[in-house]
Design a protein around this ligand. Structure first.
Ligand code: SF4
Length: 114
């Protein structure tokens, strides 16, 4: 009987700790999402190339696209080819380089706005 109580207590404590762990993980996850979709995406960078063809990926590479411009005066958001990010989004686009483009990124095709 004593073993059964002890076993029951162990199981109850294990289930409680498990539920607490899962609840805490869900809370932390939810908090991260509320920090702002755009900011969270920016932290991840604009390098999700899902769905791009090898040719499009090659264009990014051959034109040396980077998420952070070495020269701030040549950032994508100052380029005539840049397409501004939608409201709440961290990444914009480009008329030439396919895929997500960071506003402060750059590449060799930079063309200043007129
Ligand atoms: S051409 Fe290059 S610098 Fe200009 S917006 Fe596109 S990726 Fe940025």
């Amino acid at each position: 009987m004593r073993d059964q109580l002890s076993r029951r207590g162990f199981i109850q404590k294990t289930v409680s700790v498990g539920a607490l762990t899962i609840g805490t993980a869900a809370l932390v996850s939810a908090c991260g999402k509320k920090e702002g979709g755009g900011e969270a995406k920016a932290a991840a960078g604009c390098n999700d190339l899902t769905g791009l063809s090898d040719a499009d990926k090659g264009m990014r590479t051959s034109n040396k696209y980077v998420d952070k411009a070495a020269d701030a005066k040549k950032a994508c958001d100052l380029c005539a080819l840049y397409k501004a990010a939608a409201a709440g989004a961290a990444c914009g686009g480009c008329s030439v380089i396919k895929g997500p483009i960071a506003p402060k990124g750059s590449c060799n095709l930079f063309a200043p706005k007129a």
